[in-house]
Design a protein around this ligand. Structure first.
Ligand code: SF4
Length: 163
């Protein structure tokens, strides 16, 4: 059985009481995240979130705009033509939620540690195409396909216990 020293502790921000809110499709995007994103602030925030997850902060499957979206200001959204609150994005989230729940068994609103074994399971499903309905016509699709095809090399999400 795996020992879990870091997950019995408060994460490095000391914010254990507030799990990181992740909308459905961000459980996919984090798998291929290598530090690319819409704006410098978005990248800085998403990189920090990946590091917090690696450091045992809990996550929660959240409906709608989440802690990754929070780094985009209204001006950023206009500049990069990306609206986190679009109904179409919510529809993608529903597909990603189903896929994520099927792989991890954690439902909406249930806080849990995203450990390395769970990340590996999510990546296996991603590679098989079992969880990628939400990727649809996403503008990042070719980038994510290439990263996944390269075995997720250089990605920042390792999962708790593997940071
Ligand atoms: S293709 Fe788009 S939705 Fe799918 S993992 Fe990549 S960035 Fe996320």
């Amino acid at each position: 059985m795996q020992t879990e020293p870091c997950c019995n502790a408060v994460d490095e921000t000391g914010d254990e009481a507030q799990p990181i809110r992740l909308r459905g499709h961000h459980f996919l995007c984090l798998l291929t995240y290598k530090g690319l994103g819409y704006t410098p602030a978005f990248v800085e925030n998403m990189t920090a979130i990946a590091a917090r997850i690696n450091g045992c902060a809990k996550v929660i499957l959240h409906p709608g705009p989440d802690d990754i979206c929070a780094a985009l200001s209204p001006a950023d959204r206009a500049a990069c033509n990306h609206d986190c609150a679009k109904p179409e994005t919510a529809a993608l989230d529903e597909m990603a939620e189903k896929a994520t729940v099927a792989v991890l068994g954690h439902g909406l609103g249930e806080a849990f540690v995203l450990d390395a074994e769970k990340v590996a399971r999510l990546r296996a499903a991603f590679l098989k195409g079992e969880s990628r309905a939400a990727c649809g016509i996403c503008r990042w699709r070719a980038v994510c396909d290439e990263i996944a095809g390269n075995g997720f090399a250089g990605t920042l999400l390792k999962g708790a216990h593997a940071a």
